[in-house]
Design a protein around this ligand. Structure first.
Ligand SMILES: C[S@@+](CC[C@H](N)C(=O)[O-])C[C@H]1O[C@@H](n2cnc3c(N)ncnc32)[C@H](O)[C@@H]1O
Length: 203
């Protein structure tokens, strides 16, 4: 796996995925007490910086250094530089500066399923006992609906595949469901099914 295409995508001053936190991250974070967090494959940092604004100490781990540079700029803009760390590394093999943490967020990491399983295993390993794994992805069902987002089914999680993966990793699944909605694209809003996950690592 190679970050080249991602680095190319981020070579613009524009925030490709906007500076706005994902609505499901806001929803799933409700009720959690701020602590330490890893945003795995956090890109330009829209979610990491929002978490920092809410009082979390966050580490954005992504393999595209220019995305992390944009994350650091956004943190500065929002006055939370001290609360946002960045680590340029692969989700398949990283050493975290903050682990073990209270929360790992994985948002829109669409990679082949065998690699995804390794990334999720690493996410769980970086959690404290009692910690929370939170995730948001384009769902497999998008393919059937001819929707926006990745088109290779092997890179698209479903409620079933995530539940099975989480159980295999020893997690307690609290929320794993599809949500209908829209994603912003260059051609305007497009319908999209999102799968969301909230799971805890047993104490
Ligand atoms: C669709 S973007 C989502 C970024 C961010 N999570 C968000 O929601 O705005 C996917 C991100 O995954 C990162 N990525 C993909 N494969 C990765 C890997 N193996 N290790 C680390 N980061 C990876 C890319 O660099 C990119 O920033």
């Amino acid at each position: 796996m190679d970050p080249t295409s991602w680095i190319k995508k981020y070579e613009t001053e524009r925030y490709v995925y906007t500076k706005d936190v994902n609505q499901f991250v806001v929803e799933l974070t409700e009720g959690l007490t701020p602590g330490t967090a890893i945003d795995l494959a956090g890109g330009e940092g829209r979610n990491a910086v929002w978490l920092a604004e809410k009082g979390w100490q966050v580490e954005n781990i992504d393999f595209a250094q220019n995305a992390l540079d944009k994350c650091a700029l956004l943190a500065k803009e929002r006055g939370v530089v001290a609360k946002v760390l960045t680590t340029c590394a692969s989700a398949l093999d990283f050493t975290s500066q903050l682990a073990p943490v209270d929360l790992v967020l994985v948002a829109y990491l669409h990679i082949y399923s065998h690699q995804f399983a390794v990334a999720m295993q690493n996410a769980v390993a970086a959690l404290k006992p009692g910690g929370t794994l939170m995730g948001v992805w384009h769902a497999l069902e998008n393919i059937q609906h001819n929707s926006h987002g990745p088109q290779n089914p092997d890179t698209l999680p479903s409620v079933e595949s995530l539940t099975e993966l989480c159980h295999g990793l020893g997690l307690r699944v609290q929320v794993c469901e599809n949500r209908d909605g829209f994603v912003r694209t260059d051609e305007g809003p497009k319908p999209s099914v999102t799968v969301i996950l909230l799971a805890t690592k047993p104490i």
